[in-house]
Write a protein that binds this ligand. Sequence first.
Ligand SMILES: N[C@@H](CCC(=O)N[C@@H](CS)C(=O)NCC(=O)O)C(=O)O
Length: 281
Amino acid sequence: MSTAKITPSATALSTTIKNLTSCNLINLQYPHAQTLAFTSSPYPTRTFGRPGNTRIRKGFAVLMSAPATDPLEVCVKASVTTPNKLGDCPFTQRVLLTLEEKHLPYDLKLVDFANKPDWFLQISPEGKVPVIKLDDKWIPDSDVITQALEEKFPEPPLVTPPEKATAGSKIFSNFIGFLKSKDPSDGTEQALLDELTAFNDYLKDNGPLINGTKVSAADLSLGPKLYHLEISLGHYKKWSVPDSLPYLKSYMKTIFSLESFIKTRAKPEDVIEGWRPKVEG
Ligand SMILES: N[C@@H](CCC(=O)N[C@@H](CS)C(=O)NCC(=O)O)C(=O)O
C-alpha cells in the first residue's frame, strides 16, 4: 500500500485568514497572529477558523492551538502513468477538494486499479473509490462522504443552498454520452451543448460561482467533472467549450486555478487513459 501525507496548502490557510479578517476577527496590526497561522507544525490547519479555537478580545482574535488530529485516511485510484501519484477520479477529487477547503490533513492510500489488493476490497467490496475512514469506519461514495465531512467539520461551511445545488448537475451524464458516441448525428453533442448553455446562463445571473462569489460544495463536485470534460473531449473529439459560453469558460478557469484544485487534480495523461475504455469499448 502506498501512502502520501497531505497537509492543506498555505493559500487555503490564507483564504481562511482573509475570511476571518473580513469578519473583523483578526486585526492584521498583530502580525503575530499571521505568524501563528503559518507555523510549520505538522497539522496546524485544524486550529484555524473553527469554533472554540478563536478567542476574541478587544476586537481582535488570538488563535489558540488545538490538539492535532490524525490525518484522515482516503483510498484513491493510483496513477497509471506515474508511480506513486494520485490517479484520475472526479469523485475522489471532490472529496480531496472538500478536505483541502476545510483545511483537514489527510493520507492518501493509493490503490492499483489493475490489481485491486485484498485490503482494499475488504474496505470497499464494490472496488470503488473514494473511501474515507471517519470515526474508525470506512465510508464510500462522495455524496455521503462530503455530507459527513460537513457535519463533522462544519467550519468553514461549504453548503450550497438547496435551490442552487443542482446547477450544472446534468452536464456530467451528457458529457459521457457525447464522449462515448460514435455517431456524430445522434444528438449527444447538442444535448451536452444545451446543458452547458443552461449552466452558462445560470452563471450569468448568479455567478461567477454556483453560490455567487463563495466557493461551495456544488463547485467542488462540478469542477472535477468539467476538468475531465475539457481534457477528454479535447483529446478524443478535438472538441472544446465554445466561445459563445463566456461565463462557463471563466468559471472553469477560476475553479481550475484554485490552489486546492491544482493540488488535487489528476494528470491529464491519467484522465485520458481513464476514459479510454469508455471511448474505445
Ligand atoms: N457514486 C460514487 C462513484 C464512485 C466511482 O464510480 N468511482 C470510480 C472511479 S472514478 C471507481 O472506483 N470505479 C471502479 C472501477 O473502475 O473499477 C461516488 O460518488 O463516489
